[in-house]
Design a protein around this ligand. Structure first.
Ligand SMILES: Cc1cc2nc3c(=O)[nH]c(=O)nc-3n(C[C@H](O)[C@H](O)[C@H](O)COP(=O)(O)OP(=O)(O)OC[C@H]3O[C@@H](n4cnc5c(N)ncnc54)[C@H](O)[C@@H]3O)c2cc1C
Length: 262
């Protein structure tokens, strides 16, 4: 159906699409392709040393899947902070990826675990690392006829896994600053949300951590942060607040676990 009508809009949980429904009147005429009855997209499977989330896997499914808290604790931590129970039971991880909000909570933790997006159309299958999926605000490597069918997450031993969401309140908040940090044999991953047009990895901060550069205060992190992110002033916060909060979160989160942080 999507191949025949590439202008159609796939709908999974509908929790992003329906928020925009009253404002986007022009889209009411488009075809909506309901994915919710495609059982094959619903599974959560452990295969060949990786976790495969089907495109209809919800936050609630992940919170309640066995072994998740031991293997990928950040998925559970972030899922519990998405909206409230109503959103957690309907909202999907794939919908969070395609909605492409810079303030998303699911995308940062998936990116910190080196997730790959699996796309499929009648023309075949394609896999794109999530950290290469976005090219600008709401721009992504996905053709209109492609569906996200799964998210693949490799298994590694992680000795650091941290998720931070700074909002105006503790629940039902949109992040002013979000951070997901992991460390494994593959190195450091530092992923930031709400500080750039897309959720993005922070290569300058990651380099500093991988090289063990001494860090004696949050301000020592600011030059690297300024290379990695471009926050803006908006109704939720200011650019300067976002950068300073990001520096403090990184410093105080990593001081106990990273020997270079004194
Ligand atoms: C009250 C409220 C609170 C919220 N709180 C949070 C929050 O705290 N953190 C957060 O990150 N988000 C939050 N959200 C946003 C939303 O719930 C999430 O982004 C959710 O993961 C979206 O998933 P969905 O299945 O509902 O997507 P949908 O609304 O069904 O779709 C979202 C987009 O993805 C596309 N899409 C969906 N599935 C596929 C697929 N398989 N292939 C191709 N395209 C697809 C759709 O066409 C659409 O463009 C909130 C929303 C509401 C209404």
């Amino acid at each position: 159906m999507v191949a025949e009508r590439p202008e159609s809009i796939p709908i999974a949980g509908g929790t992003d699409l329906l928020v925009h429904w009253p404002a986007r009147v022009a889209e009411h005429e488009r075809a909506y392709v309901d994915l919710s009855r495609i059982a094959e997209l619903r599974s959560i499977a452990w295969k060949n040393g990786e976790l495969v989330l089907g495109a209809l896997a919800t936050y609630w499914d992940v919170i309640h899947a066995g072994r998740m808290n031991e293997a990928y604790p950040l998925l559970v931590t972030a899922a519990r902070q998405v909206g409230a129970v109503q959103i957690q039971t309907r909202g999907t991880w794939a919908g969070n990826i395609v909605n492409a909000s810079p303030a998303a909570d699911g995308v940062p933790v998936l990116m910190a675990y080196d997730a790959t997006v699996v796309l499929e159309s009648t023309r075949g299958r394609e896999e794109v690392p999530l950290d290469a999926f976005y090219s600008g605000y709401k721009q992504m490597t996905k053709r209109p006829d492609q569906l996200v069918v799964a998210i693949r997450i490799p298994w590694r031993e992680y000795d650091v896994a941290i998720f931070e969401k700074v909002g105006g309140r503790r629940a039902q908040a949109i992040a002013k600053v979000g951070l997901a940090i992991t460390h494994s044999k593959a190195g450091w991953r530092v992923v930031a949300a709400s500080v750039a047009p897309t959720v993005r990895r922070c290569p300058a901060v990651e380099r500093l951590l991988n090289e063990g550069t001494p860090v004696r205060s949050p301000d020592d992190l600011l030059p690297a942060i300024e290379r990695d992110v471009t926050p803006i002033d908006d109704l939720r916060s200011t650019a300067s607040y976002r950068k300073r909060v990001m520096a403090r979160l990184l410093y105080y989160d990593l001081r106990g676990v990273c020997p270079a942080f004194q």
